[in-house]
Design a protein around this ligand. Structure first.
Ligand SMILES: [Ca+2]
Length: 104
């Protein structure tokens, strides 16, 4: 058994063409943060509550537009301990985000 938490999210490129993105962070399919506004070049410290998992889990970023969302990517995360590691989210057409997380 392991725990994962997301430390921060950095916006390198926005998904939306006007205004900030509205971001939600999912871990293992459960919303752990958001929606919050984020602008190009901005890092938002989240320090989410540690979430327990076994074997592997996922991190997903969603960019909200009203009740709809665009997935910015879904990354599989294993249970090997890592401290403050970054992973890229570049699935969507425009957006480029990095997420910093810790597995303990
Ligand atoms: Ca939006």
């Amino acid at each position: 058994m392991a725990t994962i938490k997301v430390n921060s999210v950095t916006c390198v490129q926005l998904q939306d063409s006007v205004g900030p993105d509205e971001l939600e962070v999912y871990i293992g399919g459960v919303e752990m943060a958001g929606p919050f506004g984020i602008r190009k070049g901005q890092t938002v410290n989240l320090n989410t509550a540690p979430k327990t998992f076994t074997g592997a889990t996922t991190i997903q970023l969603r960019e909200m537009d009203g009740n709809n969302y665009t997935s910015l990517g879904l990354r599989a995360i294993g249970d090997s301990p890592v401290n403050s590691v970054s992973v890229n989210f570049d699935l969507a057409k425009n957006a480029f985000y990095t997420v910093n997380y810790t597995v303990a």
